[in-house]
Design a protein around this ligand. Structure first.
Ligand SMILES: *Cc1c(COP(=O)(O)O)cnc(C)c1O
Length: 436
């Protein structure tokens, strides 16, 4: 194998991709990073489809660990998704493109990572004749993407914890939809309580009958597929070079873009678009590392005070390189709503609040730098996931995709849970003795 995975904190022996994927976090508390990045395959600009591009780009990453015919099947199954690159039409938005990443089953970009990671984990676990239970605290899109991605993968069960009454109606429905191998708990507490519980469970792993693992954006298995759509955007647009804007929270999606860049993708500038959680833009402007608590905003999937993938970015690039390559800005809730309106009025495009943060960041970048090179904004969620904000901002109800409409008819499953380790353990013990 010509590539292994080491910890950002440097005191873990190198491991294979399979081990990095199954372990999630490195034993020393760091994040796994590859020792090198393979160059983009020849002919990536001519790939006939997104899944063909995915296969060509990911095969070298999996070489030596997954047989080519197996990786082909996994990639085709996981990544048979539509990825439109929409050129905005309207005064002031010439050359700005929206990379729509929300056409997967749960309508956010998290589907790319979750679907790929689920099938790879299933493959490696089946080889070892092992099984895992994935425990996820969720307040937004990760939970439903993970539940959907892993549903029906026999070697992996999923347990979701969400704060009761603190997610949107659409998000809740996505979380409690009945799926094979998935159990959802509505926790009597906050998102922080959910996260604390997951952490406590991992710290007391020996008390559980199941082998526990996580599926948040610290997992390298989610990041690799997140390179692909940036490459696709350049191919689809036929750009010589692009400005690439990523609405960011934990910086996982940005790290995916950075891996593509390190593989040779011509990115002239990255833009890190953040909401009021501005630690990373401040760092880019010369301040210290982003730390601290999160602030609640309209773009709630980006409400992150201390982005977990910061550690990966600063491992892959030096501080000076990062500050030169990434331009950052922070967009308030008022500015987010204004951005939704401005874009809608000028172009007719309906953006969700996360994408609106990105569009405002691009507008500022162009205004401040005068750089009018083709710009691509990653559109991370479908506007129909946030009907209330869209209604408030634009006075219209976003069109509901069929798969979202169908959700309201699907059977549900959810159990209440007190936010204590004992309560969680009792529930998981029951599940362990139950063939779900
Ligand atoms: C998760 C998420 C983000 C933030 O992505 P990171 O990889 O955490 O930076 C942005 N928008 C939406 C809709 C998300 O679900």
């Amino acid at each position: 194998m010509d590539r292994s995975y080491i910890s950002t904190r440097g005191s873990t022996a190198p491991v294979s991709f399979a081990e990095a994927l199954l372990q999630g976090l490195a034993p020393d508390g760091g994040l796994f990073v590859p020792t090198n990045v393979p160059p983009l395959p020849d002919g990536w600009r001519d790939a006939p489809s997104f899944s063909a591009l995915a296969e060509a780009v990911l095969t070298p990453w999996l070489q030596g660990e997954v047989l080519p015919e197996v990786s082909r099947r996994i990639i085709r199954e996981a990544l048979d998704l539509k990825v439109p690159v929409v050129a905005l039409q309207g005064a002031g938005w010439e050359g700005v493109h929206v990379l729509e990443l929300f056409h997967g089953p749960t309508l956010s970009f998290k589907d790319f990572g979750a679907r790929t990671m689920a099938r790879l984990m299933q493959h490696f676990l089946a080889e070892k004749e092992e099984a895992l239970t994935i425990l996820v605290a969720t307040s937004g899109d990760t939970g439903s993407a993970v539940a959907d991605g892993f549903a029906g993968q026999e070697a992996v069960n999923v347990v979701l914890l969400y704060p009761k009454g603190q997610v949107s109606a659409v998000q809740e429905r996505q979380l409690i939809t009945q799926r094979p191998g998935v159990q959802t708990f509505a926790v009597e507490g906050t998102f922080d309580d959910c996260q604390r519980l997951v952490k406590a469970a991992f710290q007391n792993a020996d008390r559980f009958q199941q082998k526990l693992s996580s599926a948040n954006s610290i997992n390298i298995g989610r990041l690799l597929p997140q390179m692909l759509y940036y490459i696709w955007a350049v191919r689809e647009g036929g750009f010589k070079e692009m400005v690439c804007c990523v609405p960011s929270g934990n910086l996982g999606n940005m790290t995916g873009g950075m891996l593509a860049y390190l593989g040779g993708l011509p990115v002239r500038q990255f833009i890190a678009a953040h909401n009021a959680n501005d630690g990373f833009p401040l760092f880019l402007g010369g301040a210290g590392d982003p730390v601290g608590n999160s602030i609640r905003t309209l773009s709630n999937a980006m409400d992150v005070g201390a982005p977990s993938n910061f550690e990966r970015l600063t491992h892959l690039l030096s501080t000076d390189e990062l500050r030169a390559l990434v331009w950052g800005t922070s967009v308030s809730d008022e500015e987010t709503v204004a951005s939704m309106r401005r874009v809608y009025e000028a172009t007719g495009y309906v953006a969700d609040p996360h994408t609106a943060v990105g569009l405002e960041a691009v507008r500022r970048y162009r205004e401040q730098t005068g750089d009018l090179a083709p710009a691509v904004v990653a559109s991370t969620a479908h506007p129909a996931k946030f009907p209330d904000v869209v209604k408030q901002a634009l006075g219209i109800v976003p069109e509901t995709p069929e798969r979202l409409a169908k959700l309201w008819e699907a059977p549900t499953q959810v159990r209440p849970l007190l936010p204590t380790l004992e309560a969680l353990q009792t529930e998981l013990d029951q599940l362990a003795n139950f063939d779900w």
